[in-house]
Design a binder for this molecule. Structure first.
Ligand code: CIZ
Length: 305
């Protein structure tokens, strides 16, 4: 089947929009109406007039789109597309922690469930985490949830001492600084660019640390011709499209594995995208009261960033 033609016909017929995350397979990135990080896609989700939003990403992203668009149908090509970071923070555990530290504000990284969002004061993404944290007074007590690596990075950047939830991304956290340095020895011209979800040792040796959007911006403006990329491999598709003259090397721990491919992001395929548009399922369904509570901290983030 020619999935490209079928998907194009269906999205027109159903007034549907496809939002695609940078970590999706190249074919999905190429067919998406909008491609971006979770912040940009959340903004698109607010602006859209489409009747159906197909979120080609993972579950927490589709939930965010639904929370911002309670009246629209939001579909996710594979309902199993989860996130190790979101799984690391259980809402009941967070509720307990909030009782233990009632004087702390809760800043939650967008990679968390709707229930966790509903318990948060504000949401952030890797693109705006610094700005969101800095919007609080210097002496504000903060609990940062659920990514300890991003939280620790922001602590180092700002000199703050936020309490960190002990969660991490299964892709970024395992990248090994020694392996990155070994690769750097064989590619001495290459700059290391790393995502803040990486562990502190990798961030320490990186020439540039930033979100997916910040990395793309960096490689476009920077004068180097080679880069070692410490993040999920999906982003390489946009990097190569934006700067075809440059070379990118994946900072993997083992050349034979697919350890930088997020297994959840890669669950979405063109066939599943086609089927979900055709059958209008799987759909994200959330309780109205939960959505109302989870929307406030997301809207606070959108206002602050
Ligand atoms: O916020 C996002 O979309 C993720 C998961 C990474 C990034 O840096 O954009």
């Amino acid at each position: 089947m020619d999935f490209v033609s079928e998907i194009n016909a269906l999205r027109k017929e159903k007034n549907a929009i496809i939002l695609g995350h940078y970590y999706q397979i190249p074919e999905i990135q190429d067919i998406a109406d909008y491609i971006g990080d979770s912040l940009a896609l959340a903004r698109r989700a607010v602006e859209t007039k489409a009747d159906i939003i197909v979120f080609a990403g993972v579950h927490f992203m589709a939930e965010t789109a639904k929370i911002l668009n309670p009246g629209r149908k939001v579909l996710l090509p594979d309902l199993e597309a989860g996130c190790s970071l979101a799984d690391a923070c259980d809402a009941d555990e967070l509720a307990k922690m909030k009782k233990e530290f009632p004087d702390h504000k809760v800043i939650s990284y967008v990679n968390c469930s709707a229930k966790v969002k509903a318990l948060s004061d504000v949401i952030c993404t890797s693109g705006n985490a610094l700005k969101i944290v800095e919007s609080f007074p210097k002496d504000e007590k903060i609990l940062f949830v659920p990514d300890r690596n991003l939280g620790a990075y922001i602590n180092r950047k700002t000199g703050r001492d936020m309490k960190l939830w002990p969660g991490s991304c299964q892709i970024h956290d395992v990248l090994n600084a020694e392996k990155v340095l070994k690769l750097k020895l064989s590619k001495p011209e290459a700059k290391v660019i790393a995502h803040p979800e990486c562990n502190p040792a990798v961030l320490e040796i990186a020439d540039f640390v930033g979100s997916t959007a910040a990395m793309l911006n960096f490689i476009v403006k920077d004068s180097s011709r080679e880069y070692i990329v410490a993040t999920e491999t999906g982003i390489l598709h946009q990097m190569r499209k934006l700067t075809p003259q440059k070379k990118f090397f994946v900072a993997t721990n083992d050349e034979t594995c697919l350890c930088n491919d997020c297994p959840y992001m890669k669950l979405n395929t063109m066939e599943k995208l086609y089927r979900c548009l055709k059958d209008e399922t799987p759909e994200i369904i959330l309780d109205k009261e939960l959505m109302d509570r989870a929307r406030k901290p997301i809207e606070t983030m959108l206002r602050l960033s």
